[in-house]
Design a protein around this ligand. Structure first.
Ligand SMILES: Cc1ncc(COP(=O)(O)O)c(C=O)c1O
Length: 373
């Protein structure tokens, strides 16, 4: 398979571990293994006794059981564990899709969610999240208009990276009904689920539709990207079997120590999510004051859920040129819209890290130095 460069990952690879002021990260503040183990009595001793052999292809049975409790209709057999969220995206697309299939993908979105299908030889239509005066909106009628006789899959990302747009329960229901009417699979990347800023817990897509597949991960809302543990949940057991056969060719099985640590984290899920939600809320209020102060220079699109927002900067210089110059000169990292192949002067900002205020202060100094303010 020939596949195009992953623009976001190429950009991050260049700067993520050298730029000191990361203002656009999509994962929440992480923690040490010691801190995570301290959530559960005796967990440290158990962790040291973790066996380092191969594990079950579908994932540790206890981990799958705990993951299934996040859903209303899933059981252990409906879950398959993978390496992070990237492996299950790749494997799912390769299992489901053939050259010539048509795929509708929400847009803007994380690139692998359409690029893998593109590399397989599928036709891709973009269903845009649109900017309105009230923030980002979607139009489900427009989604229906994109459906073709060969449409096999609708790809969603909710909460969305980069806009923070999050499907409401009635929208999840409406999309599930539409997909059922045309007998189309729905893949819903829900990796940012768990840090809802409006306090409303949305259902997982897979609970609504028998051909719905939900993607979850430890990397984002939990801030545990180093575990490289993600999963797919679906009522389609035949699909789970095919995904296991595909995993034989990718990672075979997941890391045993990471599976153990994921169980600990999920057993204390609410405490970890509350910790991260507090960080995001605190950073968003700092960001709100900043954007109020510079309201002529920026349009702030507050996210509905998740740690990222896609804001606009009113300057004449192309945003990618601005971001590239800033990271090279001062090591302040923002992600420009061209990385998402999205038009306009948008940039992604991330609110999940504890040093957000310091990074924002550096950004403000840069704006003052360059006379943008
Ligand atoms: C929407 C979305 N899906 C999947 C991923 C990949 O996640 P992971 O790093 O856990 O593989 C990302 C990472 O940024 C993402 O934003």
């Amino acid at each position: 398979m020939k596949i195009g460069d992953f623009k976001l990952e190429v950009f991050f690879n260049k700067y993520e571990f050298s730029a000191p002021y990361l203002l656009s990260q999509s994962d929440c503040e992480s923690m040490s293994i010691k801190d995570l183990l301290s959530y559960e009595k005796d967990a440290e001793k158990q962790f040291l006794n973790c066996w380092l052999g191969y594990t079950e292809v579908a994932g540790d049975p206890e981990l799958r059981r705990v993951i299934a409790t996040l859903y209303t209709t899933m059981r252990q057999k409906n879950i398959i564990v993978h390496a992070g969220a990237q492996e299950p995206i790749f494997n799912f697309m390769n299992v489901l899709l053939d050259r010539g299939d048509h795929v509708i993908c929400q847009f803007p979105i994380y690139q692998s969610l359409y690029e893998v299908a593109n590399a397989i030889g599928c036709g891709i239509s973009r269903w845009y999240i649109e900017q309105s005066t009230d923030g980002w909106i979607i139009d489900i009628n427009k989604l229906e208009q994109l459906i073709q006789p060969t449409t096999k899959l609708i790809v969603l990302n909710s909460p969305n990276n980069p806009t923070g747009y999050t499907l409401k329960s009635e929208e999840i229901r409406a999309i599930a009904e539409l997909a059922k009417k045309y007998d189309i699979y729905v893949f819903c990347d829900e990796v940012y689920k768990g840090v809802e800023l409006d306090g409303v817990k949305r259902p997982w897509f897979a609970d609504f539709y028998e051909k719905g597949v939900s993607l979850g991960v430890m990397s984002k809302a939990y801030g545990l990207a180093g575990l490289r543990i993600g999963w797919l949940a679906t009522r389609d057991e035949d699909l789970i079997g095919k995904l296991a056969k595909m995993k034989h060719y990718t990672s075979i099985c997941s890391s045993g120590p990471s599976e153990f640590l994921s169980i600990v984290a999920l057993q204390h899920s609410q405490k970890i999510l509350d910790r991260n939600l507090k960080i995001i809320e605190n950073n968003l209020s700092i960001a709100q004051s900043f954007f109020n102060k510079y309201s002529d220079l920026f349009e702030f699109n507050k996210p509905m859920a998740g740690p990222v927002a896609f804001n606009k900067m009113n300057i004449t210089m192309p945003i990618e040129k601005f971001c590239n110059a800033m990271v090279k000169e001062k090591g302040i990292l923002l992600l420009p819209a061209n990385i998402y192949s999205f038009p306009g002067q948008y940039f992604r900002m991330g609110f999940g890290r504890r040093n957000f205020a310091d990074c924002l202060a550096m950004f403000e100094s840069y704006l003052i130095e360059k006379k943008y303010t």
